[in-house]
Design a protein. Structure first.
Length: 203
């Protein structure tokens, strides 16, 4: 038989109290957020040192990505042709200086490039990357494949692995004997120090 309902006017049991929610997390003010994060280079297999400020995931305002952009096979000039390569690397650093993205690492291969870039979450990757690709299509005649590959890095270990992978990529492909032999890369440290495998001064 169904349970009998309480008589009209009878006191009802008190509702169960919900578990109180934890207090909201106070966001880090934008002024305290560095423009990008670099990891200690001693964690990478290629020597050297980078300044470590704060772990990447402490700052939810900034998302860091591994980017890969490919060149169309029909383009006869490789990205690593010296004049073209220097123009690409200089403009990547210029975008960093202008605040269009945060540059940690940018490396060119003959037919594609790898980069570690960061942006606030309210900015879409497609806009600065599209403008950057369009600029070099007009000025350098680069014929890019449509779009780009991106993978968000969510931990120190992930970034360390990607950094090592990118720097070691030319060696793994047989283009050079050691990462230091490859000239077409640029990196920017958290303290503003810049390193490059070649002289990027305007000729």
């Amino acid at each position: 038989m169904p349970a009998s309902l309480p008589a009209c006017g009878a006191p009802r049991p008190a509702p169960r109290r919900a578990t109180p929610l934890p207090p909201p997390i106070t966001p880090v003010p934008p002024s305290a957020t560095p423009p990008f994060i670099s990891m200690p280079f001693s964690r990478y297999p290629f020597g050297g040192r980078l300044t470590h400020e704060v772990p990447l995931w402490v700052h939810p305002e900034h998302h860091q990505f591994h980017i890969r952009i490919r060149q169309e096979p029909c383009d006869p000039t490789p990205l690593t042709e010296p004049h073209r390569a220097k123009a690409l690397l200089r403009s990547a650093e210029f975008y960093h200086q202008q605040g269009r993205w945060g540059l940690s690492l940018f490396l060119l291969r003959p037919d594609h490039l790898h980069a570690l870039l960061d942006l606030p979450p309210d900015r879409a990757l497609g806009k600065p990357l599209g403008k950057w690709k369009g600029f070099h299509k007009r000025t350098q005649g680069v014929c890019w494949q449509r779009g780009f590959f991106d993978h968000r890095l969510r931990s120190e270990r992930s970034k360390s692995e990607k950094w090592g992978y990118i720097r070691g990529n030319p060696v793994a492909s047989g283009l050079c004997d050691s990462p230091g032999d490859w000239p077409w890369w640029i990196e920017v440290h958290a303290d503003g120090e810049r390193r490059s495998g070649c002289n990027l001064a305007h000729e």
